[in-house]
Design a protein around this ligand. Structure first.
Ligand code: IFM
Length: 477
């Protein structure tokens, strides 16, 4: 950090007795390869669907691409030093599939793997636990050309890739998550098309979701065979879904969206079955003929942990005649079989993504996963917020982001008090980065990135988070 002696921006840590987290709680921050690495054509890396998508006119705000991003590929050692200065116990990063296996099949690219070997060594050298995500949305383009995730073969390719990464890094990485947010890959990538590869077909989105989970299960089996000591899991993005009223039609709208957003993934992975109401809702879209005997057994291969990404809540209502469809995650094409459900805004404070701030939803989500699905250890693998930041006198005083983290950590603590085996928390994100279809226009980082000079400035939230980590807790309110 530029000024480790700077006091926390607000005095939340200096009031009252502390809210202490369990010993060994894994405090971390997360990033993803395409969002930070840059070096898109270096070291043998070939294009992913996000290179193609971002270079297609009109797909990403202002034509931004991940070509350079935060230039982390070249600045990795100093970025790790920054993590160490913040006191991070763990760093969650993703491996770029087309960097380590160009084209998505065939042998490993030694130069690509070497980057991650150096990253992991650097982290371990600073006492930071590496947390490796295998897939954070950068499917090698040739695999998309061969059908992408709607094609069954992609699941097998993913397992091969997982094995190759395990061979190279399994001796020094304990924590592995297969997929990051398969809902986004399936429904934003193949349903609404606002994410790469930009296709829009409900049946393809459902097939993609299934094959992502199949790839997850196959990868877990491959990893388990090659690295029996590893801690293996998946990261899902979950939302509490609340009906706008008690009216039966609103309650049914909430049930439908919950099925597509949450249970579509939780049920197969943790129960080995699809929810029956989901299949009924989707009967006009697909007959689930893509699900083969044995798939659900593979998908529900036992795990060691579950990663939960939490940002906001969905509040929904029954359709009304003539209502205008809304953009982005509310786009009807994200919700096959439920296209006419209305997403309701409650007028509560929102982030720069227009996502409602709802910290109690984190407690609710963690409790639900634990109480309805599993006793496995849970980790919040992402939680954070975009706000408009400004550098003033060399400082970024991001009070809104800091308050967001503070409220959500209190909610996480409440879940622990209610019996949830929550073992860690990763702030999204370590630094500002390429926010997908929004390019560099949305800043989620605890560390400001100047995209011209690539200078990093820890924001107030970073200094505050360092203090939370140091104390392993927060002040009681
Ligand atoms: O930036 C993304 C991340 O890649 C996945 N989870 C949500 C974040 C904010 O949109």
């Amino acid at each position: 950090m530029s000024n480790p002696d700077h006091p926390p921006a607000v005095g939340v840590l200096d009031q009252g007795p502390e809210l202490i987290f369990p010993p060994g709680f894994l405090w971390g921050a997360a990033t993803a390869a395409y969002q930070i690495e840059g070096a898109a054509t270096e070291g043998g890396r070939t294009p992913s669907i996000w290179d193609t998508f971002s270079h297609t006119e009109g797909r990403v705000v202002a034509g931004h691409t991940g070509d350079v991003a935060c230039d982390h590929y070249h600045r990795m050692p100093s970025d790790v030093r920054l993590m160490a200065e913040l006191g991070l116990k763990s760093y969650r990063f993703s491996v770029s599939w087309p960097r380590v296996q160009p084209g998505g099949s065939g042998p490993a690219n030694a130069e690509g793997l070497d980057f991650y070997r150096r990253l992991v060594d650097e982290l371990l050298g600073h006492g930071i636990e590496p947390w490796l995500t295998l897939y954070h949305w950068d499917l090698p383009q040739p695999l998309e050309d061969a059908g992408g995730w709607p094609a069954r073969d992609t699941a097998g390719r993913f397992a091969d890739y997982a094995e190759l990464v395990a061979d190279a890094l399994g001796d020094r990485v304990t924590y592995w998550t297969t997929l990051n947010e398969p809902w986004c890959s399936a429904f934003l990538g193949y349903g609404s098309g606002v994410h790469a590869p930009g296709r829009s077909d409900g049946a393809d989105a459902v097939r993609a979701g299934h094959h992502l989970m199949l790839g997850h299960g196959l990868a877990v089996q491959a990893l388990r065979a090659s690295r029996p000591q590893a801690q293996l899991g998946i990261t899902v993005n979950l939302y509490p879904v609340t009906p706008a009223s008690d009216a039966p039609a609103d309650v049914d709208a909430a049930r439908r969206i919950d099925a597509l957003a949450n249970r579509f993934f939780l049920d197969p992975v943790l129960r080995g079955s699809y929810p029956t109401d989901l299949a009924a809702d989707l009967r006009e879209v697909t007959d689930f003929g893509h699900v083969r005997d044995g798939d659900l057994a593979v998908i529900s291969t036992p795990l060691d942990l579950v990663g939960v990404n939490y940002y906001s809540r969905h509040v929904v209502a029954a359709p009304v005649e003539g209502a205008e469809p809304e953009p982005y995650w509310r786009a009807p094409s994200c919700w096959p079989g439920s296209e006419d459900v209305r997403f309701v805004t409650r007028g509560v404070p929102v982030t720069d993504m227009d996502w409602e701030i709802d910290a109690p939803g984190l407690t609710e989500t963690l409790r639900r996963v634990h109480e309805e699905y599993t006793d496995l250890p849970l980790y919040v693998t992402e939680n954070g917020s975009a706000f408009v930041d400004a550098v003033i006198d060399g400082q970024v005083d991001d009070v809104d982001r800091l308050a967001y983290f503070d409220a959500h950590l209190r909610a996480a603590h409440e879940a622990i008090s209610a019996g949830v085996p929550l073992r860690g928390y990763f702030a999204w994100s370590l630094m500002d980065n390429f926010e997908w279809a929004w390019g560099y226009t949305k800043r989620f980082g605890m560390v400001w990135v100047d995209y011209d000079s690539q200078a990093r400035i820890p924001k107030s939230s970073a200094r505050w988070y360092a203090e939370v980590i140091r104390r392993n807790g927060l002040a009681a309110q």
